[in-house]
Design a protein around this ligand. Structure first.
Ligand SMILES: C[S@@+](CC[C@H](N)C(=O)[O-])C[C@H]1O[C@@H](n2cnc3c(N)ncnc32)[C@H](O)[C@@H]1O
Length: 489
């Protein structure tokens, strides 16, 4: 077996117990929570266990995503920080963003542009202050942030390698450069145009010979092609790119800082650095995507469905390698490794949901008892009614995406869960996972979430969990499976 394939197969092995234990101790320490990850939880693999008592509604843990992305289709609905997923700008900017993106003809576009630029402001919108928009350190417009801190953190985590920006990045990359001022694109059109350019490779980029372009433009085009393919086929490829870029950056760090793992031969040092950097994902090991995905009911030829998925992943990986390939770490770019990352998202992801402040704003202005006097509402609605009507039923659309969390992804399922991932109104305003106790939990008890509608009848629950590739062994399922007639309810 070639060295590359051999190393790839090694990356695809579950972490040895001692390394997995120390990795999760580090995760628990970083999050500062009173929990432990046990590696063998009753035939279910890993599980999360309480090490102290929790009362009902207690926060069991909160955790930022390791990688996360807003759904492509949601980008026009919600303008959020690309790192923490908080809403940004202002209520006026959020509404203008959506209506201008929709090409709405019911409201004067000049008025919407003035909302976008901040020249016009909506009455009472100051009651819902949002952080100023901050642009990307590398100058691309496919990411925007709520603060310099988020821009720097995203840059350091993976965006440094995934940025399609035209500007040379400021140095050092670990801290925002002093001359980097938060700034928002001057007009919605400039912002939008730049985003559209990201989604549509210009004719020039398809026809111009690559070698005549400066290297940074070549890279920018290759990044755009990868992102466009992900937008059109499967959002999870964006997350897979973040995993690979983040792993490369972590593997590179000890090598470039001279703190290389102890090994005399360079290739051995590179391999040791890669193995260490890969740990968060080795701990979430899964079989390749095309093998573990449940075949949809309407698909008759399962084999060709699986081979189509494999081909799709292969196309995506080729586009990624065009700008990200690093010859020191060839195993990271093996198709089976890419497939395992995709499977991790398929089986372990948590949806991101952040409620929109626009919903609350319209409640204030339009709902009975919303907080304004009748007279104030009447006057305000002269401005807000046309906006609300144009937005239509989906006026309250929140931010939606998906993310992977180191600890939450270890929580097993139960059809009588003692915990739930829940967003508390006005408290949980970003993409962190917040897990609350649904009932009192004793020390030593396993913390379980429900991946599905746990109130559904037994056979529906079984079918829903088959998509996750397992048969539930919780007490409720065991009891119901044994009761004649119950399965048919
Ligand atoms: C999000 S992971 C949870 C962590 C997992 N135990 C691990 O070792 O990585 C989901 C996987 O855990 C296992 N699992 C979770 N809940 C289960 C249950 N109630 N019964 C059996 N297996 C379960 C299944 O293999 C499922 O695909």
């Amino acid at each position: 077996m070639a060295e590359n394939a051999r190393q790839a197969q090694q990356l695809l092995q579950p972490l040895p117990t001692d390394l997995a234990a120390s990795y999760f101790e580090e995760v628990i320490g970083r999050l500062g929570v009173t929990l432990e990850v046990r590696l063998d939880s009753k035939d279910k693999g890993k599980g999360v266990f309480a090490t102290k008592a929790f009362a009902e509604e207690d926060v069991i843990f909160e955790e930022p995503a390791l990688v996360g992305a807003q759904h492509t289709a949601n980008r026009d609905d919600a303008l959020v920080c690309s790192h923490c997923f908080r809403f940004i700008g202002s209520i006026g900017i959020q509404i203008a963003h959506r209506l201008l993106a929709k090409g709405c003809s019911d409201v004067n576009p000049d008025y919407l542009r003035s909302l976008w630029s901040g020249v016009a402001e909506l009455p009472y919108s100051e009651r819902y202050p949002l952080p100023e928009l901050v642009t990307c350190l590398g100058g691309c417009v496919d990411t925007v942030y709520c603060s310099d801190g988020c821009a720097a953190a995203n840059w350091a985590a993976h965006h440094r390698l995934l940025c399609s920006g035209p500007r040379a990045p400021p140095a050092p990359v670990s801290a925002p450069a002093e001359d980097h001022h938060p700034r928002r694109p001057s007009s919605f059109e400039a912002f939008r145009e730049s985003r559209e350019r990201l989604q549509t490779p210009g004719l020039q980029s398809l026809t111009a010979p690559m070698r005549e372009e400066p290297p940074n433009l070549r890279k920018a085009d290759a990044v755009r092609r990868f992102k466009e393919h992900a937008d059109e086929t499967n959002d999870a490829f964006h997350l897979a790119a973040q995993v690979i870029a983040g792993t490369l950056l972590r593997a590179d760090e000890p090598l470039s800082n001279g703190f290389a793992p102890e090994a005399r031969i360079t290739s051995d040092r590179n391999w040791a650095a890669l193995q260490r950097a890969w740990r968060p994902y080795a701990a979430a090991w899964k079989a390749p995507w095309w093998e573990c995905v449940a075949i949809p009911e309407d698909v008759t030829d399962g084999d060709s469905f699986r081979s189509d998925l494999q081909e799709l992943a292969s196309d995506s990986l080729k586009l990624l390698k065009a700008f990200l390939y690093d010859e020191r770490f060839p195993a990271l770019f093996h198709l089976d490794v890419y497939g395992s990352i995709m499977a991790m998202f398929e089986l372990n992801n948590l949806g991101i949901y952040v409620a929109s402040p626009v919903e609350e704003y319209f409640e204030l202005c339009h709902a009975e008892g919303g907080g304004l006097s009748e007279e104030e509402q009447k006057l305000t609605q002269l401005i807000t009614r046309p906006l609300l009507d144009s937005l239509g039923e989906s006026y309250e659309a929140g931010c939606q995406g998906s993310a992977f969390y180191a600890l939450q992804s270890c929580c097993n399922h139960s059809c009588v869960p003692n915990a739930h991932a829940f967003k508390r109104a006005n408290i949980d305003i970003d993409g962190r996972a917040t897990v609350l106790a649904k009932r009192p939990i004793a020390p030593g008890e396993e913390v379980c979430l429900s991946y599905i509608d746990e109130d559904a009848p037994y056979h529906e629950r079984c079918a829903a969990l088959a998509d996750y590739g397992f048969t539930c062994a919780c007490d409720k399922c065991v009891a119901e499976a044994g009761v004649p007639g119950k399965a048919a309810v």
